[in-house]
Design a protein around this ligand. Structure first.
Ligand SMILES: [Zn+2]
Length: 356
């Protein structure tokens, strides 16, 4: 009991009120009751199971007879996560260790867009989605095959994207995928709030938050994502990402990274300014704050590449609204927010200097 974390104890006691468990009495219970406590946890409560597993060798033994791979793997999946880094070792150990790492991060993270609340939110969305789309598949792993699923499923963007902005260290768009994957973790930030203008002050690199980073980009998860962007660069190659076990936030950002550093030409910006409703496409009916008060020069200063866009607007995620011959397409979705009078002031205040 010496290593028993008080917060874990409080959480476990909260999860098992009917047993009137206290940290001092827990281990005096017979094995049968320890098993009953385990069964009393909500089935997909990753934190409860991870904490209970680590309390003591006797509670750890309560998991000796579960299918080591299936139990922990399903636990991760039902919390809306896909392990994003390569893992090695016996498969049942790998999944368990990954689950314990997520639980540890959930306990120690204080970011409003991550921590315990993110697991709970993901889990709620997964259960809701699976109740609709997965009635025939029990509790198994289910990922929508978005290359063949017709009609369109009710796919929603994970609201983590509301919190994401970028500094100016965008990966060069011509880099290979693995390099972009690494670098996008160093330019994507989690803001403390999607609605607070000074969210940068409390922003933290996304790569420090495995729960946010490894969450599915959509709920329910899809296996194929294409980001469309004809507003910025008509005719350019689409940004695509495929993963059989579900596209994550990090995957989506890796695809998006091919766009961030893409420069807008003067002609393109002029074209944008000349459009009758240039930002309606991404503002989704809320174009009032831009660009009516901005001159073309303002725009040229403020939006020199696609990545700058995300520093000026609050990103709400993707809108999944069409299938084509290759799969599901996701449009970049942003909302207007109160902007300072001078674009440059805004950019200089909130953006980080480029490092390349
Ligand atoms: Zn975190």
């Amino acid at each position: 009991m010496q290593c028993f974390d008080r917060r874990m104890a409080a959480y476990l006691i909260d999860m098992a009120p009917s047993h009137n468990v206290t940290s001092s009495s827990l281990l005096s219970l017979p094995n049968e009751l320890l098993l009953l406590i385990r069964d009393n946890f909500e089935r997909w409560d990753l934190l409860a199971h991870a904490c209970y597993y680590q309390v003591h060798s006797r509670t750890e033994a309560c998991y000796a007879r579960v299918d080591g791979m299936e139990f922990w793997r399903h636990l991760i999946y039902h919390n809306g996560l896909r392990v994003g880094h390569p893992v090695e070792g016996p498969i049942e150990v790998v999944w368990r260790e990954a689950a314990l790492e997520y639980a540890h991060h959930a306990w120690t993270c204080t970011h409003p867009a991550c921590r315990r609340e993110r697991l709970a939110t993901n889990r709620d969305h997964m259960q809701k989605a699976l109740s609709v789309w997965h009635r025939d598949h029990g509790d198994g792993i289910f990922v929508i095959d978005s290359t063949i699923s017709i009609p369109l499923p009710d796919v929603e963007s994970n609201d983590i994207f509301h919190y994401i902005n970028f500094n100016r260290s965008f990966p060069r768009h011509d880099l290979d995928e693995e390099t972009r994957r690494t670098l996008v973790g160093k330019c994507a930030f989690l803001r403390a709030s999607p609605s607070v203008d000074d969210g940068w002050r409390t922003a933290d690199l996304l790569e420090h938050h495995p729960i946010a980073q490894d969450s599915f980009a959509s709920l329910p998860p899809i296996n194929f994502l294409r980001i469309t962007h004809d507003l910025f660069d008509e005719g350019a190659a689409d940004c695509e990402f495929t993963h059989a076990e579900g596209v994550t936030v990090h995957d989506a950002l890796t695809s998006l990274a091919t766009l961030l550093d893409r420069r807008l030409t003067q002609d393109q910006v002029s074209d944008l300014v000349d459009r009758e409703d240039p930002w309606g496409y991404v503002l989704q009916g809320n174009p009032s704050s831009f660009p009516s008060s901005w001159s073309e020069q303002d725009v040229m200063i403020g939006v020199r590449c696609v990545g700058h866009w995300f520093q000026l607007f609050r990103w709400t995620g993707f809108l999944f609204d069409c299938f084509d011959q290759k799969g599901i397409a996701a449009f970049i979705s942003c909302e207007g927010k109160s902007l300072p009078a001078k674009v440059q002031t805004h950019v200089e205040r909130y953006a980080y200097p480029r490092t390349d």
